[in-house]
Design a protein. Structure first.
Length: 233
């Protein structure tokens, strides 16, 4: 199965400080037929206004990966981590038995845009933990690179889910890559345009859900593309 979901079809949350677009049911938006794809439960494309953001709130038993596209995001949590996430820095928070954190866009800066993704862990009630890693050099080489993995990939942050890997690519104009071959694959076009075998042309914000679809080829458009692909067994 190859199913295209267009950007305009996504659930949308808008407030005076947030513009959030959800690939799956989230918060007040619920569709029983659209709650996940494989082990991927959440994929939100958020724009947060400068000087605002998500105040301190809790999570439990979830692998949360954050990928910034523009601007900076300030992270603080109850483990004592205080970091700034920027484009090219992969961040993972394993909520485990429970963690509180905040995500704020620094006052006086520019708005921040980021994609946040949640995956179900393979082990519940573990100790919470945090990791970040700058992977910009790997992405600059072209192609797809594992940036979050439960399988021990080099140059990837680790997640507590042995059946999941997040691949990212900053593809040059007309660059072609081969997607991962797994039971469930979720492709998100975060920036630019691309064409996927079996799905056709894709624009920014479009996603594709693949089930046992092999390893189709993905080709970036004239201005290139930044893409995120989850594979889960």
């Amino acid at each position: 199965m190859i199913e295209v979901r267009r950007a305009a079809e996504r659930f949308t949350t808008r407030t005076d400080w947030l513009d959030s677009r959800h690939c799956f049911s989230f918060g007040p938006h619920y569709d029983a037929a659209n709650t996940h794809h494989g082990l991927l439960l959440v994929s939100n494309d958020d724009v947060v206004r400068a000087g605002s953001g998500f105040r301190t709130h809790p999570h439990r038993d979830m692998e949360i990966v954050t990928w910034v596209l523009d601007g900076e995001l300030r992270h603080e949590d109850t483990l004592g981590n205080r970091d700034v996430i920027y484009p090219g820095l992969a961040q993972r928070m394993s909520a485990g038995t429970g963690i509180w954190h905040s995500e704020l866009c620094p006052r006086g800066g520019t708005d921040v845009r980021f994609v946040q993704m949640w995956v179900r862990p393979d082990t519940e009630r573990a100790d919470p933990s945090y990791e970040q890693l700058d992977v910009a050099a790997e992405l600059a080489r072209g192609g797809l690179h594992a940036i979050a993995s439960g399988r021990g990939h080099d140059a990837a942050i680790s997640i507590r889910q042995r059946d999941a890997v997040l691949w990212a690519g900053r593809l040059r104009a007309h660059e072609t890559v081969t997607g991962p071959d797994n039971r469930h694959v979720h492709l998100y076009v975060a920036r630019g345009t691309a064409a996927l075998d079996g799905a056709g042309d894709l624009g920014e914000g479009d996603s594709v859900r693949l089930v046992a679809a092999g390893a189709p080829r993905l080709t970036a458009g004239e201005d290139g593309a930044e893409v995120l692909l989850w594979e889960t067994a």
